[in-house]
Design a binder for this molecule. Structure first.
Ligand SMILES: [Zn+2]
Length: 393
């Protein structure tokens, strides 16, 4: 390793060694390593931002002990670009590796968060420190965001960052959301509505079903109706690369005993939504389908906390693939633009910037695993790409 690459690896490893497990992913193994949550990492990032010459550093408390952190680095022009990296990681309870050791082996840096998504933070800190020492500044103003609660809890950090931008009156030109995308600019994500349907029957002895109303039997045609709706959606021509919406029944529960006619049955139904669909309208459609199919009274409620705009779910994220940022990243990385099936903070950033893209090293299929690692070569490649984008001089 050259000294420059070693310093780059160290910058990422330092962040991996600061546990930042999402509180909803807590467990005994994570707890042995110190406080759960993003707080320690956010405070360390604030220090590092200052060391690297940030003009402004803000800790923005999203939940107790869980601040977003914002660092603004002055560029040579008025243009403003943002890189958003979530600071939380998924659970470490199933890991077969020491979760936070940040060791380098076989050309890879290991540890929870190395890939998803501390690599981008570490690489940027390395670049900003080097530029600061050399008296260089990026071409645009750079706002570097460490956001909490991406992996679980409803994208709270991104939800908080958005009104902060609006309060500051910032106009963002390019917004890059860091996630493992194998260096392919991801320009579309489906949105999600997740709902619970409850059918209400009447309990009775199962020897006298005629005296009750069976809620499980009542919900069966609702399952069939959602399957039919899924098939209908598949038959529609897709409007974008994201394809069509989908419907999946994912959970069902009901019944209190083998000899009791169940008076209640609930099911979870997920609807992936595409650009142009509104979560509130989609929830209404699901409710209408459930009520039409269910022979007993039923109700439907969203399982997702309302978005800041009050919507019961996330609309899709979609950026046209011919946008300058998408094309620049694809050209510089030698990859092609794509769309992705996973969720990300970009679902909260619709319209926040002139152009938005999700981008980073490594594959999402390698994230959240029993081991987690990022290739050292990918860190160097990311440094080259971000350097080309930010054009220090
Ligand atoms: Zn991630």
């Amino acid at each position: 390793m050259t000294s420059d690459v070693a310093a780059l690896v160290d910058a990422v490893a330092e962040l991996v060694r600061i546990p930042s497990v999402n509180p909803l992913h807590s467990g005994p193994r994570a707890e042995r390593h110190g406080p759960i949550g993003e707080g320690a990492l956010a405070h360390r990032l604030a220090e590092r931002f200052t060391d690297c010459g940030a003009a402004d550093v803000v800790l923005d408390e999203v939940a107790p002990g869980r601040p977003n952190v914002y660092g603004r680095f002055r560029g040579r022009t008025e243009r403003l670009v943002v890189v958003d990296v979530h600071t939380d990681t998924v659970t470490v309870e199933h890991m077969t590796d020491p979760p936070f050791d940040g060791r380098v082996e076989d050309g890879h840096l290991y540890g929870r968060g190395a890939l998803d998504s501390k690599a981008t933070l570490g690489v940027l800190l390395h670049l900003l420190a080097a530029w600061s020492r050399a008296g260089l500044r990026p071409e645009p103003d750079l706002l570097l965001v460490g956001s909490v609660a991406e992996e679980a809890g409803g994208l709270l950090g991104a939800t908080r960052f958005r009104p902060w931008v609006e309060q500051q009156g910032l106009r963002i030109d390019h917004l890059v959301v860091a996630e493992p995308t194998e260096f392919r600019p991801v320009h579309g994500l489906k949105g999600l509505v997740l709902a619970e349907v409850t059918a209400h029957g009447t309990a009775a002895h199962s020897a006298r079903p005629d005296l009750g109303v069976n809620a499980i039997e009542a919900i069966a045609p609702v399952v069939a109706a959602f399957t039919a709706e899924h098939r209908r959606l598949q038959s529609l021509p897709p409007a974008t690369e994201l394809g069509t919406g989908t419907v999946s029944v994912t959970q069902i529960s009901g019944g209190t005993g083998g000899n009791v006619i169940p008076d209640r049955c609930t099911m979870a139904v997920g609807r992936r939504i595409v650009p142009g669909e509104d979560p509130a309208d989609v929830l209404d459609q699901l409710a209408a389908i459930a009520r039409a199919a269910c022979p007993v009274p039923c109700e439907i409620t969203s399982l997702i906390p309302p978005a800041p705009d009050g919507k019961p779910g996330s609309p899709a994220f979609y950026q046209r693939s011919d946008a300058g940022l998408v094309q620049f990243l694809a050209r510089t990385a030698g990859t092609t633009p794509t769309v992705a099936p996973f969720g990300a903070n970009a679902l909260r950033y619709s319209g926040l910037a002139r152009e938005t893209v999700i981008f980073g090293p490594g594959s999402i299929t390698q994230a959240h695993q029993a081991t987690e690692r990022v290739a050292v070569a990918d860190l160097a490649r990311l440094a080259d790409i971000l350097g080309a984008w930010l054009a220090p001089a």
